[in-house]
Design a protein around this ligand. Sequence first.
Ligand SMILES: [Fe+2]
Ligand SMILES: [Fe+2]
Length: 397
Amino acid sequence: MIEKNKNCVIYGGTFDPPHLGHLFLAEAARREQSAEQVIFLPAGDPPHKKNKKITDARDRLNMVRLAVKDNPYFNVSDFEIKQTGLSYTAKTLRYFKSEGFNVSFIIGADSLDEIFSWKDPEYILANSRLLVLPRKNYNIDKILTKDKYKKYIDNINKLAVGRIDFSSSQIRERIKSNKRIKYMTPFEVEEYIVRKRLYLKSETVDQTKFAQIDNYLKNNMSDDRYQHTLRVIETASNIAGNKDYLEKVKIAALCHDLCKGYPESKLQRLVKNSNWPLKSFEYKEASLLHGPASAYLTEKKFDITDNQILEAIRYHTIGHPDLGLIGKIIFLADKIEPGRDYPGRGEIYKLALDDIEQAILKLTNHNLEYLMNRNIEIHPNLILLRNSILGGRNNNE
Ligand SMILES: [Fe+2]
Ligand SMILES: [Fe+2]
């Protein structure tokens, strides 16, 4: 919740993606300025970068929200993202001032150097404080000796924070070369990037893949498991109905247990090779490893690169609070297919044909009760998924 009438530091940027450097710097600036809060302001369509291809604004906004959620002094504003047309710092400043904010902007020394080419630079310089970050090849003191800055010198401060030596572009490059980005950005942001396959090419699904994979499974899976897979495909297809995503649902269902039954060491090796981030809970519990391992092998072995399919396979066991529709269908179908035997299963199946969210709620309630009665540890995702359906957090899907 953004609090008004307070000194705030506005930190604008494309945040494509946000990383620990942004967070470290924002917190350092807040402390240095004794500001009550930092408002992260993801750019909509910035005029200075109009020739560069940037990630969809909604994804960048979602990532910044995930990145800042654990700091009570950090907030996110979607003001610039919601603007139609190009957004300008002067317009943003007018808005925040009209809302009663006392504003400081974090900007780079490169931006300070070119600020007189922006729209209404005098208004910005007279009505806000600029917190300037050092940039290679820019000497802030030298820039400020120019006459045009002199009038505003009291409103321009150098930020005395250290240099952070990694950048969003470095993260994007690492992902493109299939390298992990652990500890460069918060866990949830890393997970979001991998889940949505950001910074990678997404391809359409080749319809001939189904027969090819089905044939492989028939020959390589135990009959019991293959029959379970067929029932999950049928259940998931019934829930999906005749929608245009039915083919994706069928492939996700077909591959969801691809690695189930593999020895623990093999599962661990597959997961280690994959880019899917895991917390220790999942890693130490062998029965949870086949989700991410199956997603990894589906991509590697059958060249399936669709993010909705891979996400559904990866989270079919533990769920995820932001699961997409295909993910929700597979999560449900796996647990309510007619081969499963527990009281209330048929009822949840019927409900799923009508209302997927309510069926998941009923299923998670049942699972939680089962796990609690047996004193079994509960993976947090199960609770987060349930909360997201009860409205505990915004679902941006
Ligand atoms: Fe499974
Ligand atoms: Fe399964």
